[in-house]
Structure formats: C-alpha cells, structure tokens
Design a protein around this ligand. Sequence first.
Ligand code: G5P
Ligand code: MG
Length: 223
Amino acid sequence: MVLQRVIRAVIMGPPGSGKGTMSARIIKSFGLQHMSSGDILRANIQDKTELGLLMKSCIDQGQLVPDDIISRLILNDLRKIDNSGWLLDGFPRTVSQAEALDNAFSLDTVINLDVPFQTIKERLTSRWTHIPSGRVYNTDFNPPKVPGLDDVTGEPLVQRDDDRPETVTRRLKSYETQTEPVLEFYRSKGVLESFTGTETNKIWPHVEAFLHRKFSSLSQRAA
Ligand code: G5P
Ligand code: MG
C-alpha cells in the first residue's frame, strides 16, 4: 500500500503476546520501520555497550529499565527517522514514557494484543530468538528451517535469559501494574484498538483489515 503521509503507530500487549511476530507482518505489508525497545536493549547487552552492561541485570530479573533512560534512547532514535512511518514495539510501557512520547510525536493508532496470560506462559518457554535482528521462532508455532539456526543468516538462536518461568511471572506482574495504565491513557485519547485472541494467525487478518482502513482514511485526509 502506498502511503501519502507518515504513519506513526504503537503495538502493545503483555510479554509474549506476539508483538514481535505481529510487527514482522505489519512492516512487511505496510512498509513501516519497526523499532523494538527490547531488541535495542538486547543488542546493547550482546555488544557489551555501557548501556547494555548497566541494564542487563534489570532485564534478566524481569524488571523495567528506568523511564528516563529508555525514553531518551527511543525518542532520539525516532527523531532520526524522517521519511518513513514507524511502528513502536515495547515502548511506551509506563504512563511516564507515554507522556514523553506524546510530548514529542502524535500517534495515529495503538494496536493492543489482548492475549490471556496462560497462553503466554506456554509460548515463552519454547521461544528461540536471533538477537542481532530480533527475529523470533517457536519450536511449535514457527520453528526455524534448521533447528537452532536463524533462517536468514544461519547464525545460532538463543533462549532469552528473561524467559525462565519465574522471570516470566515477574514480567507479567510488572505489565499489570505499570503497563496496563498506559492502555487507559490511550483509550482516553481515542487511539486504542484492541484485538483479543489466543492465536496470532487468527488475530492477524483483523489487524491487517483495520490498518488498511486506517491508512486509507489517513491518506484521503492528507490528500
Ligand atoms: P521486550 O523485548 O519488549 P516483552 O516482554 O514486552 O519483551 P516479548 O517477550 O518480546 O515482549 P512479544 O514480542 O509480545 O514478546 O511476543 P513474540 O516474541 O512475538 O512471541 C512470543 C513467542 O510466541 C514466540 O516464540 C513466537 O514465535 C510465539 N508465538 C507467537 N504467536 C503465536 C501463536 O499464535 N501460537 C503459538 N503457539 N506461539 C506463538 O522487553 C524485554 C525487557 O526489556 C526491558 C524490560 O526489562 C523488559 O522486561 N524493556 C523496557 N523497560 C522499560 N521500558 C521499556 N519501554 C522497555 N522495553 C523493554
Ligand atoms: Mg518482542
């Protein structure tokens, strides 16, 4: 789809709800740039940058990193994207982060993946990740072509340190207390669109149809 104006969107949902999986489909169909706060943090940990070394224990324990650090990082990166629209995944995650984003950019839509916690716990224990690209696999749902290796680069896949069962429980708790209020923030602004389900393949056609409608109405308004 050819867009007449820059589209700015956020994808939200609990840990493991399929934000990364869904984002890959959205950017392929709609040509947005994907920016995942978790992927950026994990790349910093892998590269042993100063930021990565500082944030590693926080992330491994399933806690959120400080608002001011992540907000500065993401907003700086967003300011470098000029001409293409973007899809933010994993940011904002607190009301303070949502306010920082709101002060810098106006959003066209916030897609919320409403997936039950029980479904999520089962998924995360069988997730395998290619850290440099953020591509995710699942031994049941979307296995790599060669076990243990990324389909595109052939590099090894790893299990994330924060996918241990006790850490997943802590991440879900932090989602309830710190991130659910962000849904209310966006609902009150009239930009929240929720999609409920247990399977990405069944949720995707609804997300795709919604975005087609959204993008064509925004393009018409801009024309
Ligand atoms: P992240 O990296 O943002 P989370 O916890 O928000 O991490 P996560 O774990 O990356 O989210 P996801 O992207 O929602 O999950 O889900 P996914 O990876 O696409 O899918 C999960 C698994 O399910 C995969 O194996 C996938 O293949 C499989 N799957 C998908 N759909 C289906 C399906 O239909 N069926 C089945 N069977 N399987 C399926 O953040 C990580 C940490 O970074 C810090 C925090 O410490 C955070 O905990 N952080 C921040 N801290 C503060 N503020 C921020 N803004 C921060 N952002 C990151
Ligand atoms: Mg993710």
